[in-house]
Design a protein. Structure first.
Length: 317
């Protein structure tokens, strides 16, 4: 057994339908990963996120049958399998990462569905209409990190809309970033207040010290949920916005918990188990930001950058 997948085996095998995922994980490990852009462990966590997989499987089964589909970022090919299984009319998928592309190609061949998928080793920005892809009914994407913005989702979706038919849609089409005042017992490696955050890319996001909830202990939390941003990707959405939580909203608490919620009509998934959505992701995690007593906190996004700042730094954001 590959030691990298031992921790994942038992959970995946709880459902016999997930056996092909183990094969996909093993295949990924056997490839040369020296030039892989995403860490191997991240890809393993993604494949092992049962709720995330189930959310996308239900979404695909509900919408994809008989439709022309473009998938942005095929990863290792999991959603391609769901799409082919749903009997979509046509499927084009693009993947810029050469390692992921190679694994996905092999995976689709092993499952006898490679000839049902048009694979393109390019980013969606490089795709050429009527050459790489035709107009489609739906664009399937999964461009969310923990904060909702770090994988260039807004810019990518705006650019990709050129491939949609007049009645075409982005799926999933809606996401929210919500905040809840909390009291946190946090790991002592973190300071009394989190450093201000300014994230402009996926890689830099993981280099800063905004705390993932799993690195701390939640003592208690407010019953008040603040919706910071609610974005409909099928609308002419704003490319930048901000929200300020004032001292009165934060009184009695030492941190805010920020969680992502993704939904399409009555189907939803979030990153916080207390949010009571149908599915709770394990790969995506809530984030927490510690602040000083009496502070306000400003949360902003500008295109694909995301920032959090406390009161004393508001003038510089």
């Amino acid at each position: 057994m590959n030691p990298l997948i031992e921790d994942f085996e038992n959970k995946l095998l709880e459902d016999p339908e997930n056996e092909f995922l183990l094969n996909l994980i093993e295949k990924s490990q056997k490839k040369n990963i020296s030039k892989m852009k995403a860490p191997t462990t991240y890809m393993l966590e993604m494949l092992n996120d049962i709720d995330r997989n189930e959310f996308y499987k239900k979404l695909i089964e509900k919408h994809a049958t008989g439709k022309d589909i473009l998938e942005i970022g095929c990863g290792l090919g999991l959603l391609c399998k769901y799409l082919v299984d749903s009997n979509c009319s046509s499927l084009t998928t693009c993947e810029i990462n050469p390692h992921n592309f190679s694994v996905a190609k092999s995976f689709l061949k092993d499952n006898g569905i490679y000839n049902k998928v048009s694979m393109v080793n390019k980013s969606s920005y490089e795709l050429r209409l009527n050459k790489d892809v035709q107009k489609v009914d739906y664009i399937i994407q999964e461009l969310w990190p923990n904060n909702g913005f770090g994988e260039n989702i807004l810019s990518t979706v705006k650019n990709a809309k050129r491939f949609l038919k007049p009645t075409g849609k982005i799926l999933p089409g809606n996401f929210e970033l919500n905040a809840v005042p909390v009291n946190l017992v946090y790991n002592q490696q973190f300071r009394e207040r989190s450093p201000d955050i300014n994230v402009s890319s996926w890689d830099r996001f993981f280099a800063n010290n905004l705390i993932r909830l799993q690195q701390s202990k939640l003592k208690d939390y407010s019953d008040k949920i603040y919706t910071l941003f609610s974005i409909d990707l099928n609308s002419d959405f704003a490319m930048k916005d901000s929200y300020v939580l004032g001292p009165e909203s934060l009184k009695g608490y030492n941190a805010i918990l920020i969680y992502l919620r993704i939904f399409e009509k009555d189907l939803s998934i979030s990153t916080w188990d207390k949010a009571k959505d149908q599915h709770t992701a394990s790969l995506w995690q809530p984030l927490v930001y510690l602040f000083e007593k009496g502070s306000a906190v400003k949360i902003s996004y500008d295109r694909d950058s995301f920032s959090v700042a406390s009161e004393e730094r508001l003038s510089s954001v």
